[in-house]
Each structure stands twice: as structure tokens, then as C-alpha cells.
Ligand binder design. Structure first.
Ligand code: TYD
Ligand code: MG
Length: 444
């Protein structure tokens, strides 16, 4: 007879301890030790039945097509749709639109989907579905008992199941409170088994803690195939869907949505949204290109200089690092001979976006020059990192940024010198490579 004994295992680092402790002595996390039973075998020579390997060449994948929702901003982030039998974890702050997105996907796929909600009643789901879709074809289940949910899934075998949210699911067989580490881990394990056996894909909606991590154990992220985050507070009504882990595709893609009265609408051309409409007319405004995931996004930077009334000149920014501005001001004074010691400088990034890429340096510097000299810079994109000696340095993904500017009809781009092999002459946009800050200033 195998004996069993109780150990406490940290869900964060797998450290095991014979007794419960509030804090894991190994990784220092609080409340992560979970009671589990281990079987102690008393026969040392017991041999398990041998598992049988499979020849990879004989595995048939022909009828395993991906499930495509038709919401291309979402499908692209997944890498072309749901792989059958995969688990997708969708995380995000409360109220950001996780349930709305999951419901929209479900309504598109209709009968293939089972939508399980532990947070809302079927009436509430009906109300929401009326807002986001005209079609009313969807099987919904308002239930928090995980074992009942799993039985229902087995009986109906849908192609896709939405669980909203994984923290509300509760099973009698696991210990701990609903949403606790033990419950969540055990729920995902059970779901995973069912998903792989019956080739059912799952969207698991997960809550995010104050610190911005998915609530529950870190192991959760290891167990699932894909981890998506829906983010938004920086973008007002815009939502960015980002992939932080994907077993079936890249993690570079981002999807952009806008929250409207009828749910989340796809934004196909985000640059146009983030650009102010009358930006061309005023001095101090420069368009630059920043990367959001693998996508180049055009953004407008505004600078305003005004004479300091007394004392110390002010440096104020919105969406840009103040220390970086101070550095750029120093470069402008020293390397371009501008007198900024008696000028207040204000920098604003339009659209409430925060830039944390040095690729915007040159644009900010030129916006300051443009405001100071009252020179309007029209139809031009500026990208480049500035070094302390006033040199313009190469930025990653330059080709992508040029393509995006070209697509939106800009006429010129001021940028670092291109690497070998890029065809400057045949580009529709005029490429103006510069080596130094002074050269760039001369161009405007
Ligand atoms: P929800 O999907 O419930 O967020 P989560 O599941 O991530 O907590 O989204 C709720 C917010 O979205 C709520 O503040 C209302 C807003 N909303 C709209 O603006 N338009 C809509 O069509 C819907 C359904 C929601
Ligand atoms: Mg919700």
C-alpha cells in the first residue's frame, strides 16, 4: 500500500516544505505555499508501464485547421487563429473590456462556442450581447462549479470555450477558496487535460492584480499556450491587445481596438488616430515614429518654448521623460549652439501616449528648434536617437517606420543613415539621411 503524506509546495518556485509557512523561505513570496498530497511508494523496484512514443511523421494534422474569429486584429495577435486544443489566457485590468472582447469573438463563431460566465447572469450576458452583435446564436452557461462546467463541455463538445473568469471557478475536489492559488492551478490542470484530449480550444479570462500581474500563480502562465493582455489606461478609449507568450506564433503582433457603444471596434490604421488633425500648421510640431510591438506608430510631438520670466528655466513634459528632455536641451545648447538657458520648454505627446524609446530624441530636439525659430515643418517625419556629441544614431526597425510614413502619405523623412542594401532611390517618400543634429537642423 502506498502511503501518502502532506507537503506544502510553493506555487511560485516549487519549493517544498513539511509545514505551512506564510512566506516562502526560498523565493520570499507571501501566501504561495499550497498543501498537496504525495504518495510514498514503499517498493523501490516498482516499474511503471512503458509509455509509447509516436513517430512524428505519422502524426496527421491535416484536419486540424485553426479557428478564425474574423476579428483580424485578434486573429493576427494569436498568430492566425486558435490552434485546436490550445489554452489562451486573456488578462487585463477590471473594466478594460475582456468580457466584451470574448463575447464578440463568441458571437462571431456562434454555435461552435460555449460561453461560461461565473461573473454575470445569463440576463446580463444577453443585454451585453445585444450591444455588440445582431446575431443571437450562442450557448451560454452561468455557472461557477468547475466540475459541472467540464461535464457540460464534454457532453456538447464545442470547438471553443470561454471561461469568464478562471478565478471564479470552484471545484469541490481542490482545496482553498475560489480564486486562490490551489483552486486556480487545479482548475487549469483539469481544463488543460480536457482541451488536449478533445481538441477544444479555451479562452481563460484572468484577473490582474494591483501590480499588473495575472492573479494566481505564475505557473498559470507556464501552463497555458498563449498569454494575452488587454491594456488601455494610457490610450483613453483605445485598447491594445498584446501577446506576451505564444507557443504557436510570434509575440510581436499587437492589436488595436477602440471601445465604442457597440463594443470593441478594430482600428486598422492606428497612426491616423494618434495624429492631431491640424498638426501641419503650427511651429513646434513634429511627427515621429515609435514602435508598439512590431508595429510602427506615427505620433505627434509638440514643443513650446517661451522666455523665462525669472530664475530657473522650466522643463515640463507630458508623455516624455523629463530627464531625457534635459539631456536633449544640453545637447542642443552645446552641439547646435542654441541659447536655451533663458527659455522655458514644454513637451507634449499628442494622444496621451508615453514615449520611452530614444528613437524619438531627434524629433523632440527638432520640435524645440522649430518652436524657437518659429519654423513650420510640414509633411515630414523625424526619427533618430541622439548621442551626447550630437551624432544621430541608428534606430531599430527603421525600414518599418519608413514604410508606415510612406503609407500615410508623408513626403519626407529625416532619419539616421540607412544600413547597406536599402533602396533609397525607389522609395516613394524622400529619405533624408543625417549624421549629426546640426545637419538635421539645417534641413528644417
Ligand atoms: P468588460 O468587458 O465588462 O470589462 P472586463 O471584463 O475586462 O472587466 O467592459 C466593461 C466596460 O466596457 C464598461 O466600463 C462599459 C464598457 N463598454 C462599452 O463602452 N461599450 C460596450 O459596448 C460594452 C459592452 C462595454
Ligand atoms: Mg468581465
Amino acid at each position: 500500500m502506498p502511503k501518502s503524506s502532506v507537503v506544502f509546495i510553493c506555487s511560485n518556485c516549487q519549493y517544498s516544505s513539511p509545514r505551512w509557512q506564510g512566506k516562502c523561505p526560498n523565493c520570499g513570496q507571501w501566501n504561495t505555499l499550497v498543501e498537496s498530497r504525495v504518495k510514498i511508494s514503499n517498493s523501490k523496484h516498482q516499474i511503471s508501464k512503458a509509455a509509447e512514443p509516436v513517430d512524428l511523421a505519422m502524426v496527421d494534422i491535416s484536419q486540424r485547421a485553426k479557428i478564425v474569429s474574423g476579428i483580424s486584429e485578434f486573429d493576427d495577435v494569436l498568430g492566425g487563429g486558435f490552434v485546436p486544443g490550445s489554452l489562451v489566457l486573456l488578462g487585463g485590468d477590471p473594466g478594460i473590456g475582456k468580457s466584451t472582447l470574448a463575447l464578440q469573438i463568441s458571437m462571431r463563431l456562434g454555435e461552435k462556442v460555449l460561453y461560461v460566465s461565473g461573473e454575470e447572469s445569463v440576463h446580463q450576458i444577453k443585454l451585453r450581447s445585444g450591444r455588440v452583435s445582431e446575431s443571437q446564436q450562442l450557448n451560454v452557461l452561468a455557472e461557477t462549479d468547475l466540475d459541472a462546467v467540464l461535464a457540460s463541455i464534454e457532453a456538447r463538445s464545442p470547438e471553443l470555450v470561454v471561461i469568464d473568469s478562471i478565478q471564479t471557478m470552484y471545484s469541490q475536489e481542490a482545496s482553498g477558496v475560489a480564486g486562490g492559488v490551489a483552486q486556480v492551478t487545479s482548475a487549469v490542470q483539469k481544463i488543460m487535460r480536457l482541451a488536449k484530449q478533445n481538441h477544444i480550444s479555451f479562452i481563460l479570462i484572468g484577473h490582474v492584480t494591483k501590480e499588473g500581474y495575472l492573479a494566481g500563480p505564475k505557473t498559470l502562465e507556464h501552463m497555458v499556450d498563449t498569454v494575452l493582455y488587454l491594456e488601455g489606461e494610457r490610450f483613453a478609449s483605445f485598447r491594445i491587445l498584446r501577446c506576451v507568450k505564444n507557443r504557436f506564433g510570434t509575440t510581436n503582433e499587437v492589436g488595436v481596438f477602440e471601445m465604442q457603444g457597440q463594443g470593441l471596434a478594430e482600428v486598422k490604421n492606428p497612426s491616423q488616430l494618434f495624429l492631431g488633425e491640424e498638426q501641419m500648421q503650427a511651429s513646434g510640431n513634429i511627427i515621429t515614429s515609435v514602435m508598439e510591438g512590431s508595429r510602427a506608430l506615427l505620433l505627434e510631438i509638440q514643443a513650446l518654448t517661451s522666455a523665462t520670466n525669472f530664475g530657473y528655466p522650466k522643463r515640463t513634459t507630458a508623455g516624455f521623460d523629463v530627464n531625457r528632455l534635459q539631456l536633449l536641451t544640453a545637447i542642443l545648447s552645446k552641439r547646435a549652439g542654441l541659447n536655451l538657458a533663458n527659455q522655458d520648454i514644454y513637451i507634449n505627446v499628442v494622444g496621451g501616449i508615453k514615449i520611452d524609446e530614444p528613437a524619438a530624441d531627434l524629433a523632440v530636439a527638432l520640435a524645440i528648434v522649430s518652436s524657437l525659430k518659429e519654423a513650420v515643418v510640414a509633411d515630414t517625419i523625424v526619427v533618430g536617437e541622439l548621442g551626447l556629441s550630437g551624432e544621430v544614431r541608428y534606430v531599430p526597425n527603421l525600414e518599418k517606420r519608413i514604410k508606415e510614413a510612406e503609407k500615410l502619405g508623408f513626403k519626407k523623412i529625416i532619419c539616421p543613415r540607412m544600413r547597406q542594401g536599402y533602396d533609397i532611390k525607389n522609395a516613394k517618400i524622400k529619405i533624408l539621411p543625417v549624421k549629426t543634429l546640426q545637419e538635421a537642423i539645417n534641413l528644417i
